[in-house]
Write a protein that binds this ligand. Structure first.
Ligand code: NAD
Length: 493
């Protein structure tokens, strides 16, 4: 049984409810995870609230020492964590290693917290009056994460939140909960005091309690758009600040002058890496003008070489659950029925693994229409759709009218076209000849439109802003010139 982690230790009480955790490569149940009841979420929030009283005053030196130590431990043990992620999520171990490497960047950013929390100081803003700003933690923070990056997404938020002096209750996905526990244990080993980071497992019951609990002051959520919207609306209606990152449908626009080999490599890598279960995966290729036929043929030939399975040389693993695999597979029939051309059928792809695993090979559709469900829905699997259009303007219009705005990319050798694209496109993260433009840790990650509810993006400067409240102090120390009673509005002189 995978247990909650509350106040620096496992929560030993037997849960009222629990869920199955699968090994996606065999299709078998590998473990059970406890589902928190309201009382258990309350125990975690109480532990976090108690810890906040002292952690908010822990010195910057102490906080950054913990973060540096955590960074070293995580770096030393990233191989183990990659195995844990792969075993429950299904992504191949090298891909799991990649998410941990990106997570380390965010930990390293938080190591610089003394610099990040420096305020401003204005001497003599008015005569002998000084004005300065400080950033203080918000309190107990709830972090709710999705299944697809069980290590990286928690680590987008947790390091910055605790480095800023907050305490955290993390509710990871119930599909792959073990990575969060590993992270909590490493933080404890790094010297983080009990109660500063707590992990509760579970489903809607746990999430709803975090959204309603009066001691929780901020919520960072990542998941699908319907739940992101619900979390944003519910959390804000309970007076919390909320950042809720949602789903995506990321378009890769290929202009006729692009290097088509580069574009085809990028489409296959970004479409099928992690079996398409990435919020920054490319799911639509927009082939502009004359390049379509050649591009589709280059993508098709590359798909044939993608090694799917659980063997050591495999590049793509199974989907996370059987239910999800079946849902993704249902889109293959839906696409054919809607009139798209099924160029590569993922059901026919050879699999190097246990036949009962949740497998589906890469699928390629061509001549996809923007009214088809394979275009309109976030499939979140290894299904790539090619949409044809005649002009750059049509391509931009398509991306801009899509309800999602997480990531996009343009492939071209025309610098002017790329520059115009970055200006005109209504998407939060843009790649120029880069298919998965996940920002480095010192920028921030976030989409536009229905890919993000709230105004703060994840990690980087936005993360520090989200996890702190600013305070401005106007200060005058008495001197012989103080001027007595004055009922007028303060003016600076
Ligand atoms: P999900 O929305 O099903 O679950 C996310 C979290 O919400 C989980 O912790 C889950 O337990 C909880 N949850 C699920 N249903 C709930 C409900 N009815 N009420 C309250 N809480 C609920 O998402 P998922 O399937 O785990 O993850 C995949 C989705 O996440 C995709 O849509 C993907 O695009 C998105 N995602 C977005 C980003 C981003 O940065 N924008 C990053 C990663 C994943």
């Amino acid at each position: 049984m995978i247990k909650h982690w509350i106040n620096g230790k496992n929560w030993e009480a037997a849960p009222e409810r629990s869920g199955d955790v699968y090994d996606p490569s065999t299709g078998k149940v590998a473990n059970q995870v406890a589902f928190a009841a309201v009382s258990e979420v309350d125990a975690a929030v109480n532990a976090a609230a108690e810890a906040f009283a002292s952690w908010r005053n822990a010195s910057l030196a102490q906080r950054s020492t913990v973060m540096f130590k955590f960074r070293e431990l995580l770096n030393d043990r990233k191989g183990e964590l990659a195995q844990i992620v792969s075993a429950e999520h299904g992504k191949v171990v090298s891909d799991a290693g990649g998410e941990i490497q990106r997570a380390l960047e965010s930990v390293e950013y938080a190591c610089g917290i003394p610099t990040l929390l420096k305020g401003g100081f204005s001497e003599n803003a008015s005569t002998r009056v000084d004005v300065y700003s400080i950033q203080q933690p918000v309190g107990v923070v709830g972090v709710i994460s999705p299944f697809n990056f069980p290590a990286m997404v928690p680590l987008w938020f947790v390091p910055t939140a605790i480095a800023c002096g907050n305490t955290v209750v993390l509710k990871p996905s119930e599909k792959d909960p073990s990575a969060s526990l590993f992270i909590a244990e490493l933080f404890a080993e790094a010297g983080l005091p009990d109660g500063v980071l707590n992990v509760v497992h579970g489903d809607k019951v746990a999430v709803d309690r975090l959204l309603e609990h009066p001691a929780v002051k901020a919520i960072s959520f990542v998941g699908s758009t319907p739940i992101a919207r619900y979390v944003y609306e519910t959390g804000t209606s309970h007076g919390k600040r909320v950042q809720a990152l949602g789903g995506a449908k990321n378009h890769m626009v290929v202009l006729p002058d692009a290097d088509l080999d580069l574009a085809a490599d990028a489409a296959v890598s970004a479409g099928f890496g992690s079996a398409g279960e990435r919020c920054m995966a490319i799911s639509v290729v927009v082939a502009v003008g004359s390049s379509g036929d050649e591009l589709v043929s280059k993508i098709k030939s590359r798909i044939a070489d993608v090694k799917v399975g659980s063997g050591p040389s495999c590049e793509m693993g199974p989907l996370v659950t059987g239910v999800h695999r079946d849902k993704v597979t249902s889109y293959l029939d839906a696409g054919v029925q809607a009139g798209a051309s099924l160029v590569v059928d993922g059901r026919d792809h050879p699999i190097d693994g246990d036949a009962s695993g949740f497998w589906l090979g890469p699928t390629l559709f061509d001549h996809v229409g923007t009214d088809m469900s394979i275009y309109t829905d976030e499939i979140f699997g290894p299904v790539l759709s090619v949409v044809r259009c005649d002009t750059y303007e049509e391509a931009v219009e398509m991306v801009n009218t899509n309800r999602y705005g997480n990531g996009t990319a343009i492939f071209t050798n025309d610098g002017g076209a790329a520059r115009r694209f970055q200006n005109e496109i209504e998407v939060g993260m843009v790649g120029v000849n880069v298919p998965i433009p996940v920002p480095v840790a010192y920028y921030s990650f976030g989409g536009w439109k229905e890919s993000l509810f709230g105004d703060a993006h994840a990690y980087g400067p936005h993360g520090v802003h989200f996890f702190t409240r600013s305070k401005v102090i106007t200060s005058r120390w008495l001197d012989p010139s103080h001027g007595g009673v004055n009922l007028g509005f303060p003016q600076n002189t």
